[in-house]
Design a protein around this ligand. Sequence first.
Ligand code: TXA
Ligand code: MG
Length: 353
Amino acid sequence: MKKTIILKVSSENLELEKISLAAKIIRQGGLVAFPTETVYGLGADALNPRAVREIYAAKNRPLDNPIIVHVANKEDVYRLAEDVPEFAEKLMESFWPGPLTLVLKASSIVPRVTTGGLDTVAIRMPSHKVALALIREAETPIAAPSANLAGRPSPTMAEHVIQDLYGRIDVILDAGPTNIGVESTVLDLTHDPPQILRPGGTTYEELKRILGRVSIHPAALARREIHIEHARSPGMKHKHYAPKAKVVLVEGKFNAVINKIRELAQQYIREGKKVGILATDESLSEYDVGIVKSLGSRRDLASTAKNLFKLFREFDEDEVDIIIAEGIPQKELGLAVMNRLRRAAGYNIIKAD
Ligand code: TXA
Ligand code: MG
């Protein structure tokens, strides 16, 4: 068991001595969990293969699932990647710092363990001030997957990191809840047209406005499990985002969804199960059995992204056997939320009509 140091930090008042301590641990090959605007990351020196291997071990992450490299300046992109196309510039200009990860051809300085054996590297510049300060102070790009145990929901609060990784890592920088709540969008620029491998904090609509042409990997939209060629989208084949409870997702017209969920809840309760319902603000009052929580408003899909992973963990604490979730509109941040819900449900999706 490692001794894990928890340091409270804030974006408003950057206490550089705490950040410097964490940065020093990164430089020495240690593991530091830190806040980003999306979810908490588990960072190590991206160019130190031994340190990156520790990330996989701490998370129980399969070694073929590559890790995003976080940078604090654009120049690093040209050190880490080769063949950076002109439209990559445009994307960095428009969306960085922010929740967009670009997949590019890797340069020879990037260790293979960082890219999970691929010849591409995923790079992003986070906008959280603590993350940027940590990368700058460490003076090296930071490899960081989400700071959860593999398969568990991503952490949106330091408490979640503590639940999963306390005693397994060196430092946790606690800056309170993250702002976006789902991970960054992973965009493959080696594909023509650029392809979204994972929908996330930067929306399809925003990318389309800048790029004109952008595709979405079929697995990112799938309602069923589909066979995935490992070479391009390794993260998709791993089980993900799952609370301990079984998840059932109900999709369809709003009223039909509500009726179906009411019916299913009754049925599960008759079977003796403890039921959680993941509703929305607009439907909250429609349910009179089970533990009911609202994901957020259908009129503000960003609110649903913010709450999703936290509610998964809350339902685990409530020890529900089953979570019945309402589908939400698959646009803007709703696309990322639906992608996480479908995967959490293991594609156990019921169509209500
Ligand atoms: O918002 C985020 O992206 C957070 C914060 C910490 O930055 N990070 C994060 O990392 O979500 P992780 O490891 O949980 O998810 C990274 C995703 C995985 O699906 C992985 O397969 C994919 O990015 N990925 C990484 N490198 C890739 C590459 N070279 N080609 C294709 N996909 C890649
Ligand atoms: Mg993750």
